[in-house]
Design a protein around this ligand. Structure first.
Ligand SMILES: C[S@@+](CC[C@H](N)C(=O)[O-])C[C@H]1O[C@@H](n2cnc3c(N)ncnc32)[C@H](O)[C@@H]1O
Length: 488
């Protein structure tokens, strides 16, 4: 999956602290070394934290949980820490539970759900304390997910050549740290049976027609990714096959259309270097181009390029929290930054006098405007394409002053410049939806230093069986107003 549930190690308080440590540890391992380690705790992003016997040198290990004794292979190596992947589980942690599906893509299924929630809540608090420097952050209890399995409405499978698999191709997920290899996943535990069936149809077609998978080392072969989206409320299914530039020529598209039972079949041709499913050139092969899905009674038509929350049921819970936190009375001007197809803004629109949404993907803005029109908000809801950093000040210059702002940035969080733009806009209330506590926390510190008061921090579990965690943080303009500390 593209949302990095592959166990990559993200920035974390412990990593940040280690990076500042100038001590050069003697006896550091080298890339490729295989060493035995006991995992002590989780780092942000879900890797295990282990210390080498004797030196105490820190190693972040993917594929392992606290209490595991593993044989791990060293990858990247820095002055004060290294990254490694588990190659053998020597002694399992007593906390391990039996996974439903022993495959990549759902790495925390070896932990009980209760334990997952405890870890996630602790990680958000830890980030706020250590990266945000809040002594006692106003934490709320984590909201558990309604469904713990088969909840995803979008899956991004990868293809790769695999001599051991039927037809020489595997379709599934990369094991942690192995970007070139794919483990075949017939029954993905977070996908519905219908989505898994669609995957089987495409794979069956590829095997029957001898279509080659894309080899990431030699950059040859056709099939790169398979993106399946399901409207959990509408019952619609969309299948999009992502192929290499050269791979298209060898495809019998008529037989593909016959083989796959779905409401919309699309084909994307891309030469991207990275493992991404966006970009490239997409054509419609059969059925409808956009998937329809409903949230809080509003129907959205979602373009293939547009972001849509991957857990429909929990997106409704998340937006209800945002709606409560925004506490609109009906007279307020609302701005929805990083709005995607406008889902948060339109959920809040019944109680907003004016709504502006800003988003960088043009197709998402088209989807948002269309939904606004259908819902009867054409006169008071507007959506603009642009980078928030540039489009927000442009909106302010045109005289729009938001009373309430919602921000929902990608994992990188808000740049300092964007924080300054928000402070310039000075909404009385700011609701920050974050998919990464390690970027939320420093942003929260910047906002508080500029005069906002942090009211609450609410973790929400939208992604059971993975280390991912969503958080809603609420800020109010302080009694002395807010001030941009260093205007640029
Ligand atoms: C986490 S998604 C949130 C979307 C939406 N709020 C929702 O709940 O579906 C972040 C969105 O920010 C958009 N985005 C990323 N960088 C941006 C930027 N610099 N300016 C505007 N939008 C951006 C992405 O395309 C994506 O739609």
């Amino acid at each position: 999956m593209s949302d990095s549930s592959d166990g990559t190690v993200s920035a974390s308080p412990i990593k940040a602290e280690l990076a500042n440590d100038r001590t050069l540890v003697e006896g550091r391992p080298n890339r490729g070394d295989q060493i035995e380690l006991t995992v002590e705790s989780f780092a942000h992003g879900g890797a295990g934290v282990a210390r080498m016997d004797g030196t105490g040198y820190v190693v972040f290990v993917t594929g392992a949980i606290p209490g595991d004794r593993v044989l791990a292979e060293i990858g990247k190596r820095k002055r004060s820490f290294a990254e490694a992947r588990t190659i053998e589980l020597l002694e399992p942690s007593p906390d391990r539970v039996e996974p439903r599906g022993d495959h990549p893509g759902a790495p925390w299924q070896v932990l009980s759900y209760e334990r997952q929630l405890v870890e996630k809540a602790a990680q958000v608090k830890d980030a706020m304390v250590r990266l945000g420097q809040f002594e006692d952050p106003p934490m709320r209890d984590i909201v558990p997910a309604v469904e713990q399995w088969r909840y995803r409405n979008k899956i991004e499978f990868s293809f790769a050549p695999d001599a051991g698999a039927e037809g020489g191709i595997a379709c599934g997920f990369h094991p942690p740290g192995e970007w070139w290899r794919v483990v075949d996943v017939e029954d993905f535990v977070l996908a519905s049976e219908r989505m898994n069936a669609a995957r089987a149809q495409v794979v069956g077609w590829a095997r029957a027609h001898g279509v080659a998978a894309f080899d990431r080392k030699t950059r040859t072969g056709s099939l790169r990714n398979l993106v399946i989206r399901e409207g959990k409320r509408t019952g619609q299914l969309q299948v999009r096959l992502v192929v290499s530039e050269t791979g298209l020529r060898s495809l019998d598209l008529e037989s593909l259309i016959d083989a796959v039972d779905c409401d919309g079949l699309l084909l994307t041709r891309t030469s991207a270097e990275a493992e991404v499913t966006h970009g490239g050139e997409t054509i419609l092969l059969a059925g409808r181009e956009r998937l329809e899905e409903e949230l809080h009674g509003i129907t959205y038509r979602v373009s293939a390029e547009a972001f849509f929350q991957t857990n429909t049921e929990m997106a409704e819970e998340l937006y209800a929290l945002v709606r409560d936190a925004a506490a609109l009375e009906g007279w307020e001007r609302l701005v929805d930054l990083y709005c995607g197809i406008g889902t948060i803004g339109l959920t809040l629109a019944p109680r907003a006098a004016e709504l502006w949404g800003i988003e960088s993907i043009p197709q998402a803005i088209d989807d948002a405007m269309e939904a606004a029109q259908r819902e009867g908000y054409k006169d008071r809801a507007s959506f603009v394409v642009g980078d928030v950093r540039i489009a927000l000040p442009a909106l302010l210059e045109r005289g729009f002053k938001p009373d309430v702002a919602v921000v929902d940035p990608p994992r990188a969080g808000l740049s300092q410049k964007v924080v300054r733009r928000i402070v310039d806009a000075a909404p009385k209330r700011l609701v920050y939806v974050s998919c990464n506590p390690t970027t939320l926390a420093p942003n929260a510190r910047q906002l508080v230093d500029a005069g906002y008061v942090l009211q609450s921090v609410q973790p929400v579990d939208m992604f059971p069986q993975t280390p991912h965690i969503e958080t809603v943080a609420v800020f109010e303009r302080g009694p002395n107003g807010v001030q941009n500390p260093d205007r640029d």
